[in-house]
Write a protein that binds this ligand. Structure first.
Ligand SMILES: Nc1ncnc2c1ncn2[C@@H]1O[C@H](COP(=O)(O)OP(=O)(O)O)[C@@H](O)[C@H]1O
Ligand SMILES: N[C@@H](CCOP(=O)(O)O)C(=O)O
Length: 316
């Protein structure tokens, strides 16, 4: 179940009149979404995606639109929202905030090839190089402070061994990374998992789902990507993918010495962030809609692997 607010064709025909986007040919509900209501909208001119926001994050939406407009204006392949005849992107439909996007072609790279890892590394490096001059600001909502405030809520649901792992890691990250960062800053995607990228074969058609977008340590974004794209089923690094992502990222945005030192801890921090967010979804704050929750133990294992087996140094 992924459409929480159904729409009729009549509603969508009237909605499309606000844009210069053509006339409705087909309206289909998208079943794979997890948080918002998503529809594929085909007009006589183009393929579009209509998203209705269900989670009450509407005050954040102007930031996401500003970031997507910025990246699209710099010709990065992102699905950035269409603007209506008055120049407005953010709409209201069925009493929900709504955005209309171009539909990117292709599929999510669930088992990425080295060419796909090369392409995503290159694109994130290019995006970060540009996003250092992005003027907007939205502090990272899933940083170490957030982990500190939220990890006590899940302790009761963990085995003794997992409690120890979580507490030890939080303490270690707090003392090594701390709360004020000297690392290069900019705008982040904030959730660049494989299911937020689209490929046709080895060609990257674009990025979607910027709703974790924020500003902060660029390295945080890269570590999220590496943990998802470059880990095997035990949580260990897949070396060839790791090198393909990082070497191509670095060709666009070289690393600072501070980033090189922080890297092993940043991989741990982002693994802990997803272990915790997945636990919170299951035990503390389940969504109103029934969903198949993502497995927290996958990120516990990634964290354990980064602690016990580390990761190769960033390439030079
Ligand atoms: N611009 C787009 N182009 C192509 N497919 C898209 C686009 N936006 C969303 N989708 C598809 O719809 C699915 C659900 O969208 P998403 O915004 O990720 O919803 P949710 O936040 O509810 O998970 C995505 O996994 C993707 O397959
Ligand atoms: N990609 C995430 C889902 C989105 O994370 P959230 O913190 O915004 O809920 C995952 O795989 O857990």
């Amino acid at each position: 179940m992924a459409v929480f607010t159904p729409l009729s064709e009549t509603q969508v025909i009237a909605f499309l009149e606000r844009f210069d986007a053509g006339r409705l040919v087909a309206l289909d509900e998208v079943s794979s979404g997890t948080e918002n209501s998503t529809f594929f909208v085909t007009t006589d001119r183009q393929s579009l995606v209509l998203t209705l926001f269900e989670q009450g994050e509407s005050e954040e939406l102007p930031f996401f639109v500003e970031l997507l407009d910025f990246l699209a204006n710099h010709e990065l392949p992102v699905a950035s929202p269409l603007h209506d005849r008055e120049g407005k992107a953010l709409q209201t439909l069925a009493n929900r905030p709504a955005l209309l996007f171009p539909r990117l072609s292709g599929d999510h790279p669930m088992s990425p090839t080295l060419a796909q890892c090369t392409a995503i590394g290159q694109l994130l490096g290019k995006m970060h190089d540009l996003s250092r001059s992005f003027p907007g600001s939205r502090p990272n909502p899933r940083d170490l402070r957030w982990i500190g405030a939220n990890h006590p809520k899940v302790m009761a649901y963990l085995s003794e061994e997992d409690q120890q792992l979580m507490l030890d890691r939080f303490d270690s990250l707090e003392s090594h990374l701390g709360y004020s960062s000297e690392l290069p800053q900019g705008a982040l995607h904030g959730d660049l998992f494989r299911d937020n990228a689209m490929f046709e074969g080895d060609r990257l058609t674009g990025l979607i789902d910027f709703y974790n977008g924020c500003t902060g340590d660029l390295l945080f974004d890269l570590a999220i990507l590496v943990n998802d794209w470059c880990s095997d089923e035990n949580g260990d690094i897949i070396d060839a993918r790791y090198r393909a992502v990082l070497e191509n990222y670095m060709a666009q945005r070289p690393f600072s010495e501070d980033e090189r030192r922080a890297w092993p801890k940043m991989l741990q921090l982002t693994a802990l962030r997803y272990w915790l967010s997945r636990l919170l979804v299951i035990y503390v704050d389940p969504p109103a809609h029934s969903l198949t929750p993502k497995d927290p133990t996958q990120y516990r294992d990634i964290l354990r692997s980064r602690v016990e087996r580390g990761a190769p140094e960033l390439p030079r």
